[in-house]
Design a protein around this ligand. Structure first.
Ligand code: IPM
Ligand code: MN
Length: 366
């Protein structure tokens, strides 16, 4: 089969990590007889520099005519001035909104190999394996009113946590469908003791649960969830939550996996199901990390695991997706680590971005 993959490297370490994932993809192509035609586009700060827009129309067109999108990261401190209108992050938010990528899957898996160097106690996090389903095109990020204005008593600003029942229903269904394929437990996270949008969220989640009698639904307040992620991470299977809550909680959860550099994500335009081709954008959850950009030290594993999700959800290539995961796991077992996940006391070998990419390519089995 032939597939067109849009590669959007973006800013900072984005180009370094996506190019390693592309190498892994081409090796998968060789081993399994697929052709991946990679077409590169601009997004983020680099796109602003070259075209004036964080998401040039050609990039959107490229994404729409591809089978899936692989993205690095956006963000550059030179755009930090709050007075600047066009920010790199706008590009990412617009592409998510334009392509209707409402379901953001962020799996969190604690590898046994990384337990030693973990910041958290090994006996608490060992075996933790869950997936966040973050709503991605509504909520506090997009709700109106969203503005800033001046009054005689000073400056004011507002963002709105806005949800329709349809938006809640479709994302909660993603949670239930995923839970059905896993350990059949869904945790819906909200702030229903305070927020009206959360009370609607909880009500809709309860309504949707009637269609999934085989899945156990529990509700958790977002503050309690923040604590439980660290205290009892093994209790979670699938967690579904609002856009901003999901953004914050997944950065927290990345510490279980050892580093932000270990967490992949899939942003999907539909409900994932075995054998189906769901259009999606795939990116590591980490940012552009400008301070380490260009040094060949960034961890490419989050992006390589994002490629694995691309193969699984957008191309329905389950065997190939598992082969990528297995290769990553084998390289970690063999003791290779980038600097963000190294623990000097355990005799592991430190490698850079490109070498980690080469090791995964070599570990791939056909
Ligand atoms: C993420 C990032 C983005 C977000 C930023 C870069 C806009 O933090 O993907 O988690 O907030 O969604
Ligand atoms: Mn984030």
């Amino acid at each position: 089969m032939k597939y067109i993959i849009a590669q959007l490297p973006g800013d900072g370490i984005g180009p370094e990590v996506t190019s390693q994932a592309v190498r892994v993809m081409q090796q998968i192509g060789k081993l399994y007889g697929h052709t991946f035609e990679v077409k590169t586009g601009l997004i983020g700060g680099v796109a602003i520099d070259l075209t004036g827009s964080s998401l040039p129309p050609e990039t959107l067109k490229l994404a729409k005519t591809s089978n899936a999108v692989l993205l690095g990261a956006v963000g550059d401190p030179k755009f930090d001035d709050p007075k600047i209108k066009e920010r790199p992050e706008n590009g990412l938010l617009s592409i998510r909104k334009n392509l209707k990528l409402f379901a953001n899957l962020r799996p969190v898996k604690v590898y046994d190999e990384l337990l030693e160097g973990a910041m958290l106690k090994a006996n608490v996090i060992k075996g933790a394996d869950f997936v966040f389903v973050r709503e991605l095109t509504s909520g506090l990020y997009f709700g109106k009113p969203k503005k800033r204005w001046e009054t005689s008593s000073g400056r004011k600003a507002v963002d709105s946590m806005y949800y329709t029942e349809q938006e809640i229903e479709r994302i909660v269904r993603v949670g239930f469908e995923l839970a059905r394929l896993r350990r059949k437990k869904l945790t819906s996270v909200d702030k229903a003791n305070v927020l009206e949008s959360s009370r609607l969220w909880r009500q809709v989640a309860n309504e949707v649960s009637k269609n999934y009698p085989d899945v156990t639904l529990e509700h958790l307040l977002v503050d309690t969830c923040a604590m439980s992620l660290i205290r009892t991470p093994r209790d979670f299977d699938v967690i579904v939550t609002e856009n901003t809550f999901g953004d914050i909680l997944t950065d927290e959860a990345s510490m279980l996996a050892g580093s932000m550099g270990m967490l992949p994500s899939a942003s999907l335009a539909g409900i994932p199901a075995k054998g189906e081709h769901i259009f999606g954008l795939y990116e590591p959850i980490h940012g552009s990390a400008p301070t380490i950009a260009g040094k060949d030290i960034a961890n490419p594993i989050a992006t390589i695991l994002s490629l694995s999700m691309l193969l699984r959800y957008s191309l329905a290539l389950e065997k190939e997706a598992s082969a990528v995961e297995q290769a990553v796991s084998d390289v970690l077992k063999a003791g290779y680590r980038t600097c963000d996940i190294i623990d000097e006391t355990t005799g592991t070998k430190q490698v850079g971005t490109q070498q980690m990419g080469s090791l995964v390519v070599k570990a791939l089995k056909g």
